[in-house]
Every structure is written in C-alpha cells, then in structure tokens.
Design a protein around this ligand. Structure first.
Ligand code: SF4
Ligand code: SF4
Length: 472
C-alpha cells in the first residue's frame, strides 16, 4: 500500500502506485487540457507530482512539448542563472564484494586490476586535482568491509581536507559509498562530508534483485532505505539517482520522484541533488544486455521534466555523456557537471593503458577541465567552484528555505564569479582567462543587491592581488 511517509521501502516506492502512474500517463499523454493545467502549476515553481511529471514525460503533443522545454529553461534561469557547478570524482578503491551485473568492479571480474589508494597516493591524486583547479570532489569506492572499511574512508577524507598545495584546496568532499548503518553515517557527518550520494540504480525490486544477485547490495530494502538512515544520522544533504538504461526508464523516472517526495514528506527535506547517469560500455559488461536504449531526445526530456518537478534540486551529469548531449541538457536543467574526470583508481596521477585498466566505465567527454571551462564560457555559462553553503552551515532545510525563497541567488552569483576568478588567476590557459574575464564583467552587473555588488567587486580586486577563499 502506497504511503509516502512510510519508512518501509516497498511502501514509499510502491510498485502498484508506479504501475498505476504508468497507466495514467499512457491514457493522458494526449490530454491537452490536463497537460496545460500541469504546466500552469509547474510555472509556480513549487514542483509537480510524480504522476504529473510522467504525463509530461510521455506527452507527444508538439506544441506542449515545446512549452515544457521553454518552461524548463525559464525555471533553470530563475534558480540557477548561467551558473554551472564543477566537480570531479575521485576513485579510492575498486575492491568490491558485490556482484552488480552492469559494473566492472563486480567481484567476479578477473580482468580488472584491483587497486586501493594509500594515503600517500591520495595525496598525489588530490594535488593533481588541485593543480587542475578543482575544489569539490565526489569520493567513490566499491563496497568491501575488509579492503575499504569505513575507517579507510574517514581517514581518506581527513587526508583530502588537509592538503593545501599552492593556492589549491578541496573545500567540499561529497561521498558516494555503499548503503551503511546510522552509526557509520554519523561518522561521515562528523568527518565533514558535503552530500552523501547513493544511486538506487533501479527502483524495480524484482529487476534490482536480478541486477544485484550477490553481496550486501542485493538487499533492496536496506539499499532503498539508506537515505532515511543517513538523514537520521544528521546528514542533511543527500543525492539520489538511477542508472538509466538498466530498467525501463518510465518506471525508474517515477520511482526517482517518489523517492524525492518521500524524503521531503518523511524527513522534512528533499534530495539536495539528483544524478542522471546512463549506462556506458565497460570492461566485462555485455553492451547488448543493457540496452534499454535511452535516446538523447528522451534523456533531454527526462532532465527538462525533472527541472519542472523538483526546481530546487541540483541536477548532475557526469563525463559519461558526450559534449553534444551535455550541451542539450545543460540548457534545460542540469546545474552541476564533472570536468577532466578520470574514472580509474589513481587516474589523475597516471592515466591507465587499455590493457591495465581499473576504470569503472568509459568516459565520453575526455576533455581537460580547462577545455570544459572554455567551452562553458563560450556558451555564456559561469563555471562555478563554489562550496560556500556547506561551509557556512547552509544545509538541509536551512538551505532549502533560502533556495525556495529565491534568496540563495544573492550568494550563488557572486560566489560563482569569485571562484571563477580564482580559477582564472591560478589555473586557466590564456584563452580561457580572456573569455572568463569577459563573462565576469558581464555577470557582475547582474547582481541586483547594491551592497553585494560592491563587496563582490572589491573582492575581485583582492583575488587578483593574491587573496583567496572569499564567500557570501
Ligand atoms: Fe561494487 Fe558499486 Fe560496482 Fe556494484 S556498482 S560492483 S557495488 S562498485
Ligand atoms: Fe551552491 Fe550555495 Fe554556492 Fe549557491 S552559494 S553555488 S547553492 S554552494
């Protein structure tokens, strides 16, 4: 029985409710009147329900689809302006005891080189990331209580925060590790993590169990209820996501939004971010097996409708996506992307050869961070390295209140520009620097609060003179 507030996975992600929603959307995908009324509600920027969102996703009326994309762009502009937050993944270890059939780190894969970074190797990786200009990381590691116990993750976070190389610093460490206990989540919270990220992969219980035949991840309930435990432990910012292409995308799309609704209803605050990865080729993975084909068109529509459904939630894409596909989704909703990523363990210090591969998946976008920034600037975006909120204690419902009232833009815009300025001073190529300075000049004028504008301008001069780490 569907109950959005229940703490039981199969009740807040109720299969019957999803099946009913799929049927409802199928029956109403040409219902112009209903679609128009959903769009009117979406325009209020308070979100729409999972059922309404699916009707929009399924809608195949040309004019209405055009309106969906236009509204997604409008909402994105309203909440995020031209800003795009940058981050990089850091793979600590690819030891894993799980048997996920779509991931090359599954324990039976004997071709892949197993590797776990020592603290000294982490230091080297972080220095390489700092030298690129990164300030925000997403830690990734397989699940293995012997090789990657929680103590190893905690020690690694401490190491990462402690490294100050030249003007570099990692100011926010987000963590993507396996579902764990409230006690361990408390330890992560105490270690000062930013967002705790865990992808559901698929919300379809039966398929989930088939895709995860062995290991602790097989337990659907334990995995699906992980965010409730993380929040119970005091982690305010959680990031959810599905791996599109593992299961039927309409089912997972509804499940994803039901999960977001559940966190808001039961824990008082919805997800901080939603990630939308798609299945990519990888070692020891049969590409034909995971071909639930999400075309670029559907992918773009998923992002646009998510933007309408959860206007306050950051949407993340990774370097799994090509440059072309990233361009499309940036316009309609994505607010955070990775750049210059390596998906192998130790890959920032030493790139691996084809034969000696420890990567989790192939990246489609292989450009350097500077190239990615240059491309973003050329399109008029502001690449942002801002990490201010979490460092100012603006997390969870405190953060959401500021976002919902629109006040957060008074912080995001100047912070984006100041962190971009730091990048231009410390790491940019000549061409990127020239483009960046122009964007800063134009975008500073869009700061509407006169006091904030003056302070931001003053701080720009200080950054040029060598000072760092200002924030609103
Ligand atoms: Fe391990 Fe995660 Fe890969 Fe599954 S998806 S095999 S848990 S690293
Ligand atoms: Fe994100 Fe807060 Fe920075 Fe805005 S001010 S970009 S919400 S960290």
């Amino acid at each position: 029985m569907y109950d959005v507030k229940s703490k039981v996975a199969t009740e807040f992600i109720d299969h019957e409710e999803i099946m009913e929603s799929l049927k409802y959307a199928e029956e109403n995908k040409h219902n112009k009147e209903l679609i128009d009324s959903i769009l009117r509600r979406a325009k209020e920027c308070k979100g729409i329900s999972h059922r309404e969102a699916l009707v929009l996703l399924d809608c195949d009326l040309e004019e209405e689809n055009h309106r969906i994309y236009e509204l997604a762009k409008e909402i994105k502009q309203k909440f995020y302006g031209n800003r795009i937050v940058m981050f990089a993944p850091l793979y600590l270890s690819n030891y894993c005891v799980n048997g996920c059939t779509y991931c090359p780190y599954h324990y039976k894969n004997k071709h892949i080189r197993r590797k776990k970074l020592t603290q000294e190797e982490i230091r080297q990786e972080v220095i390489a990331l700092q030298d690129m200009g990164h300030k925000r990381l997403a830690l990734e590691t397989g699940e293995d209580p012997v090789n990657n116990p929680i103590e190893y993750v905690l020690e690694s976070i401490k190491t990462i925060y402690s490294i100050k190389h030249k003007n570099g610093a990692i100011r926010r460490v987000n963590v993507n590790i396996a579902a764990t206990t409230v006690e361990n989540y408390k330890k992560l919270k105490d270690a000062g993590i930013g967002t705790y990220i865990l992808f559901q992969e698929t919300y379809h219980k039966e398929n989930y169990e088939k895709l995860h035949p062995t290991g602790p991840k097989h337990d659907y309930a334990y995995h699906t209820e992980a965010m409730d435990r993380a929040m119970e432990a005091g982690i305010d910012d959680v990031g959810i996501g599905v791996l599109f292409g593992l299961n039927m995308y309409r089912y997972d799309f509804v499940g994803l939004l039901m999960h977001a609704e559940h966190l808001e209803a039961a824990m008082g605050v919805g997800p901080h971010t939603i990630s939308v990865p798609r299945v990519r080729p990888a070692d020891d993975i049969d590409p034909d097996e995971f071909n639930n084909g999400i075309s670029d068109d559907i992918f773009e529509k998923i992002v646009a409708v998510l933007r309408l459904a959860v206007p306050y939630t950051g949407i993340i894409i990774s370097t799994r996506e090509t440059k072309e596909s990233r361009e499309r989704v940036l316009k309609v909703g994505v607010s955070q992307i990775s750049g210059g990523s390596r998906t192998s363990v130790g890959g920032y210090v030493e790139e691996e050869s084809e034969e000696d591969n420890s990567a989790q998946f192939d990246t489609s976008d292989r450009r350097t961070l500077d190239e990615v920034l240059n491309w973003l600037l050329e399109m008029g975006y502001i690449p942002s390295f801002c990490t201010a909120c979490y460092r100012e204690g603006r997390t969870g419902d405190r953060f959401m209140k500021l976002v919902k009232s629109g006040q957060i833009a008074n912080c995001c815009q100047p912070n984006a520009l100041m962190t971009l300025k730091e990048y231009l001073e410390d790491y940019a190529s000549e061409d990127t620097k020239a483009k960046g300075e122009k964007v800063i000049e134009a975008e500073l004028k869009r700061i509407t609060n006169p006091k904030v504008y003056e302070t931001a301008k003053e701080r720009m001069k200080k950054i040029a003179a060598g000072e760092r780490d200002f924030r609103f």
